[in-house]
Design a protein around this ligand. Structure first.
Ligand code: 5GP
Length: 196
């Protein structure tokens, strides 16, 4: 394992596209040797979410102080006063375990990681069937208010336009197909090491 080359897998998509399901599936494939990059966020935990597992839940004040101290690889105010970011220590932690890093982050953050580590990163955009379908999925989730859902939908339209900037696009019309495609992309990138 002396020549371990840590890779980065970015999965970005509008919220409700099914990317979290894809990322969870990939994490279950032991042979892929992936570990989830736990983001820091200033938003409150939702449902069953746990600190240090789903996110590092920190206060807005603490988040801003970490920005000032340059502790983030990338960060974003994804929604007003809801900051999300990848701590530099997170990637170091995972690479030191000789594992590849997988991210479930927003489009802007995903592209920033790709820019910082162009050769080591495979950036994948997960495309939902349509904006209407997204709305249905978000409503089904029943974890957010109407206002929050509308905020996410508005952002989704902007995000969809960035898809061509990613290395690969997965169309999540049929989940089984999308999962198989994602597995194949990750496997190939670990072995070949290029994103073209
Ligand atoms: P949620 O509140 O649904 O967990 O996440 C909202 C959005 O923030 C999602 O698009 C999610 O991928 C994104 N996000 C989560 N962690 C990060 C991060 O570390 N950096 C950036 N830029 N976006 C993130």
């Amino acid at each position: 394992m002396g020549d371990f080359q840590g890779k980065l897998f970015v999965f970005s998509a509008p919220s409700g596209s099914g990317k979290t399901t894809i990322v969870r599936h990939l994490l279950q494939q032991e042979r892929l040797n992936l570990s989830f990059s736990i983001s820091a966020t200033s938003r409150a935990p939702r449902g069953e979410e746990k600190d240090g597992i789903d996110y590092y839940f920190i206060s807005l004040k603490e988040f801003k102080s970490k920005i000032k101290n340059e502790e983030f690889l990338e960060w974003e105010e994804v929604y007003r006063d809801n900051f999300y970011g990848t701590l530099k220590t997170e990637v170091e932690r995972i690479w030191s375990q000789k594992k590849h890093v997988i991210f479930d982050i927003d489009v802007a953050g995903g592209l920033r990681i790709k820019k910082k580590f162009p050769n080591q990163t495979l950036a994948v955009f997960v495309k939902p069937p349509s904006v209407d379908e997204l709305k249905i999925r978000l409503k089904k989730r029943k974890t957010e208010s109407e206002e929050k859902i509308n905020m996410r939908i508005a952002k989704a339209s902007v995000e969809l336009a960035t898809a061509p900037q990613f290395d690969k696009i997965i169309k999540n019309y049929d989940l089984e197909t999308a999962l198989a495609e994602a597995e194949e992309l990750v496997k190939n990138f670990i072995h070949s090491g290029n994103s073209s």
